[in-house]
Design a protein around this ligand. Structure first.
Ligand SMILES: [Zn+2]
Length: 210
């Protein structure tokens, strides 16, 4: 299973304000995934002859495919007719992804904000954007950056900020076994990075929600 950078499917010099975005990845081989799940479970010593486990390889493959397939959607934007130029912030967007080092889930929330330029983004698209980028194996750092990059590219706003807080099960359920430990990452662009007032407003609003 490879992780491929997702980019807006339509990129051109004449900007399209309602681009269809999709999860750019190679085709999924369901049969090979199920066989590989079978091989792994047998190698781990599980008895797949047991009736309770007979369908497990298929379910396991299906679950992993689902967790690495993001939604296609239209990234709808609107003209900023009222010239709104204060922070737009959507907080506590549920987030689940897979760490690329262990293929184990990390789960948390994303806070996504921007300072509008000439266009504003449909509010429901923030959660779609997070889900699109979350559903693949990766690091939390890269995920944070990708969401910010995509918003910057799609909206050309005055500033973009993304904060992610997540618990990594590869650290909390195994290895260091530090349950409750959360990792915070952020990516800031434009005025949210460079203007002290905007930056501190954004960071204060996104600080440590439970
Ligand atoms: Zn990990």
């Amino acid at each position: 299973m490879s992780s491929v950078a997702s980019l807006p499917t339509e990129r051109s010099t004449t900007r399209n304000w309602r681009p269809r975005v999709s999860h750019a990845r190679p085709g999924v081989d369901h049969v090979a995934a199920e066989q590989a799940a079978t091989d792994l479970l047998v190698a781990l010593g599980l008895d797949l002859e047991n009736e309770n486990l007979a369908e497990t390889p298929r379910r396991m493959a299906q679950a992993l495919i689902e967790m690495t397939s993001g939604p296609d959607f239209d990234l709808t934007t609107f003209p900023n007719d009222e010239a709104y130029d204060e922070l737009v912030l959507v907080q506590d967007i549920p987030l689940q992804s897979l760490c690329e080092h262990h293929i184990l889930p990390f789960v948390g929330v994303a806070h996504v904000g921007y300072l509008p330029g000439e266009r504003i983004l449909g509010l429901s698209k923030f959660a779609r954007m997070v889900e699109l980028h979350a559903r693949r194996p990766q690091t939390q750092e890269r995920l944070t950056q990708r969401i910010a990059d995509h918003l910057q590219d799609a909206l050309a706003p005055q500033g973009v900020g993304v904060v992610i807080q997540a618990e990594h099960t590869c650290m909390t359920l195994r290895g260091a076994r530090a349950p409750g430990a959360r990792t915070t990452t952020s990516a800031l662009f434009g005025r949210l990075r460079d203007d002290p007032r905007s930056r501190s407003e954004f960071l204060a609003l996104t600080r440590s929600t439970p």
